[in-house]
Design a binder for this molecule. Structure first.
Ligand SMILES: CC(=O)SCCNC(=O)CCNC(=O)[C@H](O)C(C)(C)COP(=O)(O)OP(=O)(O)OC[C@H]1O[C@@H](n2cnc3c(N)ncnc32)[C@H](O)[C@@H]1OP(=O)(O)O
Ligand SMILES: O=C(O)CCC(=O)C(=O)O
Ligand SMILES: [Zn+2]
Length: 466
């Protein structure tokens, strides 16, 4: 008996309802012997990382972003509820409203610590410490590009000012992090020297930033591992996604001993953004499901992404980690058969961990008799395997001619079933123009027919599948 499940996932459809939801427990390997488990290494923090969520700082630098106070508060509360460790806010030096918003969020009494992000400058630091934040993230460019063309200061100036700003912030008894902007295009000797200096005067964290998204995972591993041997404080990392490495780089940073990862919801930020919160969750749940599920409310991810997507007027991409509309949809017959038997065959992440439904797409010429048999059972029809195979062949005939949706296939199945039970020989394709019994009533009741006809006792049937 194939598994069934009520419809609650796949919100942003593709316009055609041509798949069915299925449930089923993942096979035993994810619990007993995890082949994806991290390489054992005592410096690795893959099992104990923290998130510095920067939707309200880096994310505000996204081209489309404008967050009014109410929206910032809504997002901050949603991030806090999700379980992020820190929420980073735009510099209060950016504008008067930014300063007021920072103060307002500090007063919310959230569980997450509130940070603000400033230039390595006493003017900014003086404003920041008055806002009520739990900590200040200080940054200054150390690459020759930024030293020459951005702030125009040399490494001596950076050392001197960093010490002044750090000691000032520390004197207010809040957290302080020092970060080098454009770390991967900076001289290693400059980096290690400034990090050693700030570590010795007692920063809580140092930060490495791949500001232009140029770093590869191996470069990240090397730099973080080297830095791990030089400083005793925590190591935060920040990865832009220009070359598609933002999630991989975050993972490698943790393997090398970084303690904190910067994220934003949907990855929004300057240019094409940074490590997305959802992408990081996808990566980390595979590495340590226990840690991730115990710390973060994963079933809130979709709502959080929808909130931010709406605020910045973008759609969730079809291939988004976890929440993209087809992230857990299985189409080819070979895949569908195996998924129905055991979802671990073609899934490394269990969608149920995120409150999301898995689907089998059966309305195409790539379907197979096992998927159709599953649908037949969902429709409560009685057909032998041989009949399911014959019916599948009929479905493929039409699927070769045009795209099908679930109603088309259900009609063919119902007509085929009617014919074999009554000895009738009505042409199968007639059911396409004239919905088979059951479809019309459902439509009349104001519900999508396919939805109405799906069964909703997932647990009972899912148990049989695994
Ligand atoms: C990689 C990142 O994302 S870093 C974070 C980026 N965030 C922001 O920029 C926050 C929003 N920014 C702003 O509102 C404005 O840029 C402000 C308020 C910070 C500065 O505004 P302005 O004084 O008008 O300067 P402007 O934005 O044109 O240029 C940046 C200034 O900061 C200086 N600067 C740049 N980076 C740093 C740094 N890390 N530390 C100290 N000073 C810096 C530059 O030298 C330049 O100053 P100058 O033109 O007086 O020499
Ligand atoms: O402060 C940091 O570590 C990162 C700043 C930033 O956004 C960047 O360098 O891209
Ligand atoms: Zn950035």
């Amino acid at each position: 008996m194939p598994p069934t499940e009520s419809v609650n996932g796949s919100s942003s459809g593709n316009g055609k309802k041509n798949f069915q939801p299925v449930s089923g427990r993942h096979g035993p390997h994810l619990n007993s012997r995890n082949p994806y488990q991290p390489v054992p290494d005592f410096l690795s923090n893959v099992n104990s990382f923290k998130i510095i969520e920067s939707t309200l700082r880096e994310g505000e630098q996204f081209a489309n972003a404008f967050f009014d106070t109410a929206k910032k508060i809504e997002i901050a509360k949603a991030l806090d509820d999700f379980g992020v460790d820190y929420i980073e806010l735009t510099s209060p030096a950016a504008s008067e409203q930014s300063r007021l918003d920072c103060e307002a969020i500090c007063k919310l009494g959230l569980k997450a610590k509130i940070l603000t992000h400033i230039r390595c400058h006493m003017d900014d630091a003086r404003i920041a410490v008055q806002t009520g934040v739990d900590g200040v993230d200080v940054v200054i460019g150390t690459s020759s590009f930024l030293r020459e063309h951005s702030h125009g200061k040399d490494m001596d100036y950076i050392h001197k000012t960093a010490i002044e700003v750090i000691e000032f912030v520390k004197s207010h008894e809040i957290e302080i992090r020092f970060s080098s902007e454009d770390s991967f295009r900076s001289e290693l000797v400059d980096l290690l020297s400034i990090y050693r200096t700030v570590d010795q005067i007692g920063v809580n964290r140092v930060g490495i930033a791949d500001t232009v998204g140029c770093a590869s995972p191996r470069q990240v591993y090397d730099l973080v591992r080297t830095l791990r041997g030089v400083v005793s404080c925590d190591i935060e990392t920040h990865f832009h996604n220009d070359t598609g490495c933002a999630v991989a780089n975050a993972y490698c940073a943790l393997e090398a001993g970084a303690t904190h990862i910067d994220t934003s919801v949907l990855g929004i930020g300057e240019r094409n953004g940074i490590t997305p919160l959802g992408g990081l969750m996808a990566r980390m749940i595979v590495a340590d499901r226990e840690y991730v599920t115990s710390k973060y409310k994963l079933h809130k991810l979709r709502d959080l992404e929808n909130l931010v997507a709406e605020a910045v007027e973008v759609n969730i991409p079809f291939n988004n980690y976890i929440t993209g509309f087809c992230a857990f949809t299985h189409k080819a017959g070979i895949h569908a058969k195996a998924i129905l038997a055991n979802p671990s065959t073609y899934e490394i992440i269990n969608p149920a961990d995120f409150g999301i439904t898995r689907y089998v797409h059966f309305a195409s010429r790539l379907t197979g008799w096992n998927a159709i048999k599953s649908r037949v059972e969902q429709l409560d029809l009685d057909m032998t395997d041989a009949q399911c195979k014959e019916c599948t062949a009929k479905i493929k005939l039409l699927a070769d001619v045009r795209p099908l949706n679930v109603d088309d296939v259900d009609s063919i199945i119902r007509q085929y079933h009617f014919n074999i039970k009554t000895g009738n020989d009505q042409p199968l394709l007639k059911g396409i123009e004239h919905p088979a019994p059951g479809i019309q009533e459902a439509a009349d009741a104001g519900e999508p027919a396919a939805k109405k006809l799906r069964r909703t006792e997932p647990d009972q049937d899912a148990a049989k599948c695994c």
